[in-house]
Write a protein that binds this ligand. Structure first.
Ligand code: SAH
Ligand code: F3S
Length: 477
C-alpha cells in the first residue's frame, strides 16, 4: 500500500506537511569545488525546500545526505569518495538513510561509482539537478513500498534546456546581500587538461530576459551584489544574440543588470582571455557598478605550454588585456588561475610563467598543480612533471602572491574603502563585508547596516583581511 506521504494524489503542499510531521525529510548538502557548484547546491536546496524537505546545516541531523562533487582535480574526487565511504556506514544504524552523489563526479563516473560505493542511493549528473526532488520522493516511495534497499537511481543523461533550471534561490532568515546568478552551463573549449567539457557538457546560455528577471527579483529581496557565473562568460549568448555597435551579448547583459535599481555591484567569473575584447575593457570605464576586480585565468605564461594546453592566446595578448584594463581602471584588482607542472613544462617554461605572474601583479590567484584527468588529451602526454617539482613551482608563485597581497593591503592602510556589509563575521561579534576589490573586511557595525554600502577606514591588514572602522558622515565611529 502506498504510504500517504508518497501518494501521488496528494498535492505537494499536503505531501510536504506529512513529510514534516514524519521527520524523514532533513537534507544536508555538502558542496565541493567551485562557485558554480555552490550555486547549483543552493538551487537544489531551494527546490527541495519548496517540496517540503528541510535543509539542515549539521550533518549529524540529516536523513538524506547529498554530496555535490567536483572532478577538476583527482584530490577533489578522492575527498568526496572518502566522505561517501564514511557516511555510508551510517546506514547500519539508520537504515532509511539516503546518500546521493550529484554533479561533476556523478557525471564523470556514472554508475561506475557503485563499484566503489555500493550503498549509494542516488547518482545525479550536472544536467539533472532539477530532478533531485522527484528522485528523493521516488526513493522514499520505493522504501515505503518495500523495494529492497540497494536499488539506486542513476541519471546522468543530457537534457535540452537544463541551463534554465538553475534559477531558484534559497530563502534565508538573514538578509542575503550578495547572490550568484548562473548565466550559462557547459563549455565548448577544449583545454587539454580540463575535464569540465565532459562533466558539464556543451556550452548553453540562458535567455537574457530570464537572467535579468532573476536579478530584478533578487534586487527586490534586498540583494545588492550580483556575480554572473559561467565557465566562459565572455562567450555568453554568442549563438543566440548578435553584437550591437560592437558590443557583445555578454556586455549587453552586464548593461541590462547594471540598469536594475537596487543592484549596486556586478562581478562575473570566469572570462576567457580569447573573448576579453575592447568592448568589455571599455565597460569598466562607463559602468560604475562593475567592480574593479577581474579574475582572468592565465594558466601558463609560456606560449609553448599555452599551445600544448590548447589555450588560444599568447602571453603577449594576455599582458595586453591586463594593461588595457589597468589603463581604464588604474586601481584594478587582478586574480587568475595557473596550472604548474603541465606535462612537458620545463624550468624555462615555468620561468616565463613566473615572470608574467610577477608582471601582472596579482592580488589573488588560484594556483593548481597539474592533475591527470582520464579522458583528456593531456592525460596521454608523456613527460609528466614530478610531484616535488610541481610543489616547488607552486610555492614559488604562492610566495609572490603573498608578497603582492601584503603590498596591496599596505597601500590601503588609512584609506577609506567602500564596503558592502554582508552580515556578522564568524565570531558573531563583529561584521564582515567586501570592498569593491573583493577584499574581506572586519569591523564593528549596527545590524541595520547589513545590505548597505558603507565607508570603512582601514586601520590594520593581514595577508587576506582588512580591519577598520566605519566612517559615518565624515565622523569616525
Ligand atoms: N572555465 C572555468 C574553469 C573551470 S576549472 C573557470 O575559468 O572558472 C577551474 C580551474 O581549474 C582552471 O582554470 C584550471 O586552472 C584548473 N584546472 C582545470 N583542470 C585542471 C587539471 N587537470 N589539473 C590542475 N588544475 C586544473
Ligand atoms: Fe575548462 Fe578551458 Fe572550458 S579550463 S571549463 S575547457 S575554458
Amino acid at each position: 500500500m502506498d504510504h500517504p506521504v508518497d501518494n501521488p494524489s496528494l498535492t505537494h503542499g499536503a505531501s510536504a506537511l506529512l513529510k514534516t510531521l514524519l521527520q524523514v525529510n532533513r537534507v544536508y548538502i555538502k558542496t565541493y569545488g567551485c562557485q558554480m557548484n555552490e550555486r547549483d547546491s543552493e538551487a537544489v536546496a531551494a527546490m527541495l525546500r519548496a517540496r517540503g524537505y528541510r535543509i539542515v546545516s549539521n550533518e549529524a541531523d540529516c536523513d538524506i545526505m547529498l554530496l555535490n562533487t567536483c572532478s577538476v582535480r583527482d584530490a577533489a574526487e578522492q575527498k568526496a569518495i572518502g566522505k561517501a565511504g564514511n557516511v555510508a556506514a551510517r546506514k547500519k544504524k539508520q537504515p532509511d538513510f539516503v546518500l546521493g552523489i550529484l554533479g561533476c563526479m556523478a557525471q564523470n563516473r556514472g554508475a561506475a561509482l557503485l563499484d566503489a560505493l555500493p550503498d549509494l542511493d542516488l547518482i545525479v549528473g550536472t544536467q539533472k539537478f532539477h530532478q533531485v526532488p522527484d528522485y528523493l520522493d521516488n526513493l522514499r516511495a520505493a522504501r515505503e513500498a518495500g523495494v529492497p534497499i540497494g536499488s539506486s537511481i542513476v541519471d546522468i543523461g543530457e537534457e535540452a534546456g537544463s541551463q534554465n533550471t538553475i534559477r531558484d534561490h534559497l530563502e534565508v532568515d538573514t538578509r542575503q546581500v550578495s547572490a550568484f546568478v548562473s548565466i550559462q552551463q557547459g563549455c565548448n573549449m577544449d583545454c587539454h587538461f580540463c575535464i569540465v567539457p565532459k562533466t558539464r557538457g556543451d556550452e548553453r546560455s540562458r535567455p537574457m530576459e530570464d537572467i535579468v528577471r532573476e536579478c530584478e527579483q533578487l534586487a527586490a529581496k534586498g540583494v545588492r551584489e550580483i556575480t554572473l557565473l559561467g565557465q566562459i562568460v565572455t562567450s555568453y549568448g554568442r549563438r543566440d544574440y548578435v553584437h550591437t555597435d560592437g558590443v557583445s551579448p555578454f556586455v549587453q547583459l552586464i548593461e541590462k543588470v547594471h540598469a536594475i535599481d537596487g543592484i549596486e555591484r556586478i562581478r562575473f567569473t570566469s572570462p576567457h582571455p580569447r573573448g576579453f575584447k575592447q568592448d568589455l575593457v571599455e565597460a569598466y570605464g562607463r559602468l560604475p557598478k562593475l567592480c574593479e576586480y577581474v579574475h582572468l585565468p592565465m594558466q601558463s605564461g609560456s606560449n609553448r605550454i599555452l599551445k600544448a594546453m590548447n589555450r588560444p592566446y599568447s602571453r603577449e595578448r594576455y599582458k595586453e588585456i591586463v594593461e588595457a584594463l589597468r589603463a581604464v581602471r588604474p586601481d584594478m584588482y587582478f586574480s587568475t588561475d595557473i596550472i604548474v607542472g603541465f606535462p612537458g613544462e620545463t624550468e624555462a617554461d615555468f620561468e616565463e610563467t613566473r615572470e608574467l605572474f610577477e608582471a601582472c601583479n596579482y592580488d589573488m590567484a588560484y594556483i593548481f598543480k597539474y592533475s591527470i584527468r582520464t579522458g583528456t588529451v593531456a592525460a596521454e602526454l608523456a613527460d609528466q612533471v614530478p610531484e616535488e617539482e610541481k610543489e616547488r613551482r607552486n610555492q614559488v608563485l604562492l610566495d609572490i602572491l603573498r608578497r603582492n597581497s601584503e603590498r596591496r593591503n599596505a597601500t590601503l592602510l588609512d584609506t577609506v574603502e567602500e564596503v558592502l556589509v554582508e552580515g556578522p563575521d564568524k565570531t558573531g561579534e563583529r561584521f564582515t563585508g567586501r570592498t569593491r576589490g573583493n577584499r574581506v573586511t572586519i569591523f564593528d557595525a549596527d545590524p541595520r547596516l547589513v545590505g548597505e554600502l558603507v565607508s570603512l577606514k582601514v586601520q590594520r591588514a593581514s595577508v587576506s583581511t582588512l580591519y577598520g572602522s566605519l566612517v559615518l558622515s565624515g565622523v569616525e565611529n
